[in-house]
Write a protein that binds this ligand. Sequence first.
Ligand code: GDP
Ligand code: MG
Length: 441
Amino acid sequence: TLSDRLTSVLQNLRGKGRLSDADIDATAREIRIALLEADVALPVVRAFIAGVKDRAKGAEVSGALNPAQQVIKIVNEELVGILGGETRRLEHAKNPPTVILLAGLQGSGKTTLSGKLAKWLSGQGHTPMLVACDLQRPNAVTQLQVVGERAGVPVFAPEPGNGTGDPVDVARRSLDEAKRAQHDVVIVDTAGRLGVDEEMMRQAADIRDAVSPDEIMFVVDAMIGQDAVSTAEAFRDGVGFSGVVLTKLDGDARGGAALSVRHVTGQPIMFASNGEKLEDFDVFHPDRMASRILGMGDMLTLIEQAEQAFDADQAEQAAQKLGSGQLTLEDFLEQMQAVRRMGPLQNLLGMLPGANQMKDQLANFDEKHLDRLQAIIRGMTPAERDDPKIINGSRRQRIAKGSGVNVSDINDLVNRFFEARKMMQQMAGQFGGFGGGGGTK
Ligand code: GDP
Ligand code: MG
């Protein structure tokens, strides 16, 4: 899948100290292939790759992120942008009822969506009504009635036995009924064909003219890949629409439709359907979809938190001190506090790849131990933090008393600190230190 491909492309960047232009070009090439294989439309791929390359080459040096994280962040932000950026909310009419017209190919999920939308709107205190304007197929009206019943909303349909009525007439009359029965939202379900045809477009356009919708939703099956683009263009030209609903995102959609439709039509994706049940439905969030496509939701959260928690200069300084063996207990305390600002360590560790395998250790991890370490360091004078070597027997006793621990705890901390400092100094020689600032050689 697209997600797998992108993940492996970006994983190849891990461990690189610095990205050359060649690295970036190679990565961009891989991403390009991944997108094309996922059926993303070519103009969208071009725009996307250009955006990523541009930004990656001029990448802001951030002390909090290493180059791989930096690229992940850029790719993610460009994905969010291609998907529309902000979540677009439903427009409600100033004078009810708000009219929502659903258009799309047969089988795209319009009728199912009617029920989902109705239920969702009901949950927000609206009083929606469904309108059966698919009078083409014999069972279409019954299907909508079943859906309406499940969603707990009424369905306006031509009288039984009159199933071949005129959909435009039904649509028009439904508005009077909505006003009479005080429904503040009207959802008009229409007929679709297996392929785009003129008659279907004309009918949809006629219904549109009869009810002047506040929103026209183009409903598209995310599984149809490249075809989503030409279908969307046909509906844009034939009926016009103000928003897109992606359905069947639960299937093994390759992601192409989601990434293409917004960019090609200029209209936002507003809702996503991901199952046959009425609950399998949500407002479309570009950022969540992007992280789903990237397959790195938790990694992105981590990146965000790291950026917030770490001051770039501070990280740079710490990295330099690390390398030169000048790390003090004060630095140690600061780093510990910065990490802990990101949330409970258990959550933090849980976000790292491979965390599943170490669930048990995580469950046993005791935050109190860190509290104790911090208390001990806080109980030291600045001079002691700066040069722990001066902490002799009487100082140890004073600190232990002050922070409510045993003298042996102090010994433990100080000894471990010296060990850690030595180890980090050796390690810093080999790796780039923390973050991408990499003050070390
Ligand atoms: P319409 O012809 O546009 O009205 O499409 P329908 O609402 O009748 O849906 C066609 C088929 O797709 C039905 O079998 C639905 O149960 C199914 N369907 C609709 N939306 C989804 C979805 O989000 N996920 C899955 N898996 N199936 C869906
Ligand atoms: Mg239908």
